[in-house]
Write a protein that binds this ligand. Sequence first.
Ligand code: FE2
Ligand code: FE2
Length: 252
Amino acid sequence: MTTQQQWVDGPFQLIATPKENDSGSHFSVKVAVEMSLAHNILIRGLNAIYLQGPHVKEQKDVEDFAFFCNAWVKTVHHHHSGEENVLFPELEKFTHDENIMNENKEQHHKFLDEMEEFDRYMRESAPTAYKWENVKPKLDAFAEDLVAHLRDEIPTLLDLKKYDSDGIKKVWKKMEDAAKGDIRLPNMFDTILPMVLGCADNKFEGGIHKFPPFPFFMPYLVDYWFANKHRGAWRFCPCDMHGTPKSLDFVQ
Ligand SMILES: [Fe+2]
Ligand SMILES: [Fe+2]
């Protein structure tokens, strides 16, 4: 990939991880760093849709692009349901503050209807009728609100510094354990994991992060087996399944 090529660090800017990322930090910093990296996966996917959507023409490409868009929406839902079902309630319990994540919860719901409408449109429209001019307004209807939420959540997590670091660590562990259990969910291996791996740039910020924290064999397993089911859709990913950035196939 040459540096001149348009890549998924725009149109929506990626989130720089909090700079207090040293080993002696409060655990809330680690939480905020990991959340920033997870949010960047979603932002890269969204940017990949914006950048490549205008260049999709052939019917097979439209079908694959529609699946890529649906997979991205599923991944956003999966991220937010993990927060609403585990992370936020556990933080409320630990801090004895039932309102502590209210702003984040409200933001989750702010763009939900419009994102669902985009998802429905991409699922139900005939590939032969595909026009980027019709897709873009559906994305524009929620993209800014979604990205604003992805940014705003980071300082909320950094604010947890006023609580006990070990307590925050235990809450995060519960979230990680629940995420491990999620591998049993339908569509996890053939849809969400290829999307996550294909949008996780391992060169980000000089390659200092190891994210997502999957076992080493996971990218191989997904790449050689599970990603095959919808292989055409993963052409729209900005990275290969091992996190190496690649040129966008549909951007000349
Ligand atoms: Fe989040
Ligand atoms: Fe969130």
